[in-house]
Design a protein around this ligand. Structure first.
Ligand code: ADP
Length: 197
């Protein structure tokens, strides 16, 4: 069985950091829609030109465009043993589209992690990152908008997946090694055939 993992959590909760560690440890690709979109903007592709100003303002790109991006990405062979989704789905529409895509290929999410951090901690981490990197959407206005959209559009997905029974909440305001150890513990506790991919 493939190991299909979803990471939920607000901006600054450490999804990217944890996704990279899981990817290295379990040999499955880290799929981050934000990275894919930023690459498209950097390339100046048609998609990139369409989304550049949306990214900068901290708004959400339209579902159909993102869903197509993911459909194409999941169609590549490197996802056969599994994948880690980071930044997708972000809306109920995207979650439904993902369910449909996965069921077409006889798969479903193995496990969903929710990295929990308070907004104050999230803002503090993003503000620090803004000083170190220069992401167009790390301005105070765009940070506020992204967190607001997270709570309004994405947080309801925790309940969406809870009903399906595979959400694990993780306290994210701790050192990254501790957070990763807890994620690993949950992955090791999965029925054997799920991790033997
Ligand atoms: P963050 O989680 O810190 O906001 P991401 O790198 O995940 O950063 O996303 C950056 C931006 O890319 C988002 O603010 C949004 O404009 C766009 N984006 C990424 N993933 C999605 C998605 N699934 N649906 C809509 N827009 C998205």
């Amino acid at each position: 069985m493939p190991l299909d993992i979803l990471l939920l959590g607000p901006q600054g909760s450490g999804k990217g950091t944890q996704a990279k560690r899981i990817s290295a440890e379990y040999g499955i690709p880290h799929i981050a829609t934000g990275d894919m979109l930023r690459a498209a903007v950097a390339e100046g592709s048609e998609v990139g030109r369409e989304v550049a100003s949306i990214l900068e303002s901290g708004g959400l790109v339209r579902d159909d465009l993102i869903v197509e991006l993911i459909r194409e990405r999941l169609g590549r062979g490197d996802t056969d043993p599994g994948f880690i989704l980071d930044g997708f789905p972000r809306t109920t529409g995207q979650a439904e589209a993902l369910d449909a895509m996965l069921s077409e290929i006889g798969r479903s999410l193995t496990i969903v992690f929710e990295l929990q951090v308070d907004d104050a901690v999230a803002v503090e981490r993003l503000t620090k990152r803004a000083r170190e990197q220069s992401r167009a959407d790390d301005t105070p206005e765009a940070i506020g908008r992204r967190l607001e959209l997270y709570h309004r559009e994405t947080e309801p997905l925790v309940e969406y997946y809870r009903i399906r029974g595979n959400v694990i909440g993780i306290h994210g305001e701790r050192p990254e090694g501790e957070v990763f150890a807890e994620i690993q513990e949950a992955l090791e506790a999965l029925p054997r055939e799920e991790t033997a991919a």
